[in-house]
Design a protein around this ligand. Structure first.
Ligand SMILES: Nc1nc2c(ncn2[C@@H]2O[C@H](COP(=O)(O)OP(=O)(O)OP(=O)(O)O)[C@@H](O)[C@H]2O)c(=O)[nH]1
Ligand SMILES: [Zn+2]
Length: 201
């Protein structure tokens, strides 16, 4: 276990009242949170979103990516379902950090795609470690999930880490004129399962 559970409190949102649970990585002190809705310990397969931190999309309204739209849609869907979990995985920029993501954006402004930009900066296309998310689920007493994602790699790593993913629930929102090339690269180079509508927004 790489994390400890530290604190929890109510978190009212426009879509319902969640419980925010705070975790700390034992090795580094880095914090992560999960938003929990309803009874997630009833032995059913729990609707879950593993959301990677994206300050620009989640909080600053960026249209370069689909993150903010996915965050809102996932919280709404979990509240509508009456139970579920959103893990807010604090590995910004696919874990290269905010400042390197801005460097990667600058390279994309010069014509590189999201994968080439990471590589030019000396990083793998995706540096995230989803085993931490499996640990958060374990600390929440959840071992079986229906995962809101378009990324098959997330399912693979969570299953290897001992979480049973009984279903993939697609989360395709937020396509726009600014991110269509970015989304196409995710589909073509990173294996994301997306149905895109280029030029049709
Ligand atoms: N390095 C880098 N990170 C990015 C870029 N654009 C978005 N991100 C980060 O990518 C992460 C989100 O990953 P995505 O590839 O959008 O989606 P995913 O989480 O793999 O898959 P879904 O579950 O389908 O959303 C967040 O941490 C963003 O900050 C970029 O151009 N470069
Ligand atoms: Zn984003």
């Amino acid at each position: 276990m790489q994390l400890k559970r530290v604190a929890q409190a109510k978190l009212p949102t426009p879509w319902g009242c969640f419980t925010i649970v705070g975790f700390e990585e034992i090795a580094t002190g880095k914090d992560h949170v999960a938003l929990v809705f309803g009874d997630v310990n009833d032995q059913t397969s729990i609707l879950t979103r593993v959301h990677s931190e994206c300050l620009t999309g989640d909080a600053l309204f960026s249209l370069r990516c689909d993150c903010g739209f996915q965050l809102e849609a996932a919280l709404k869907q979990i509240a509508k379902e009456g139970k579920g979990i959103l893990i807010y995985h604090r590995q910004e920029g696919r874990n290269i950090g905010l400042l390197n993501k801005i460097r990667a954006y600058a390279l994309q402004d010069q014509g590189l795609d999201t994968v080439e930009a990471n590589e030019q900066l000396g990083f793998a296309p995706d540096e995230r470690d989803f085993t931490l998310c499996a640990d958060m689920l374990t600390l929440l007493g959840v071992s079986q999930i229906r995962l809101l994602t378009n990324n098959p790699e997330k399912i693979k790593v969570l299953e290897q880490a001992g979480i049973k993913v009984t279903e993939r629930v697609p989360l395709e929102v937020g396509e726009n004129a600014n991110n269509e090339h970015y989304l196409a690269t995710k589909a073509n180079k990173l294996g994301h399962l997306l149905h895109l509508h280029p030029g049709n927004h």
